[in-house]
Write a protein that binds this ligand. Sequence first.
Ligand code: URA
Length: 212
Amino acid sequence: MSSHFTVVNHPLVQHKLSLMRDKDCPKVLFRQLLREIGQLLAYEVTRDFELENRHIDTPLVPMQAPHLKGKKPALISILRAGNGLLDGVLDLLPAARVGFVGLYRDEETLKPVQYYCKLPKALSERVVIALDPMLATGNSSVAAIDLLKQSGAKNIKFLCLLAAPEGVARMQEAHPDVPIFTAALDERLNEKGYIMPGLGDAGDRMFGTVHG
Ligand code: URA
């Protein structure tokens, strides 16, 4: 995998992810762990953010102190599971702008169809972080990134919890300029497009809905 693909293998991330994978993990804990992993992944995805020195006065002396440079980043939740990652990333980037992209799969064409899109202004001037916990086939992620690029985004990063090799390959082919950050690269997709060993349907597990 290229340097545009990062597995955040910090022990805390790996431990929390294992707790989430357990089918008996209660919903409250599942959501809490996703939020905590979101925070830890946010730490990694922001590692190359640019800084600029600005004048401040400490209680003792004036100094030039580093601050984040440029416009506030934009966090884009790919509905609906993206909202689970959003909470944790927002904990670390509370001033970020937030957008939402909703896509469903047309059962005849199997192509993603957009049903909702609300994006922050001036995407071209922001670091844009797209959030979707499960990078499975990659179809919806690729479509969401297409949309962000059509809306002007130039500096995009993709943040997920679990990735399948198929989804990573699809993303890297369609959007080689978009670095991917994940907590784990799993083995494969099953015939229904679920990540294996995975954790099941992230949205259902997060929100307590029934699959269908
Ligand atoms: N989406 C999920 O929620 N889980 C998977 O395993 C694949 C896609």
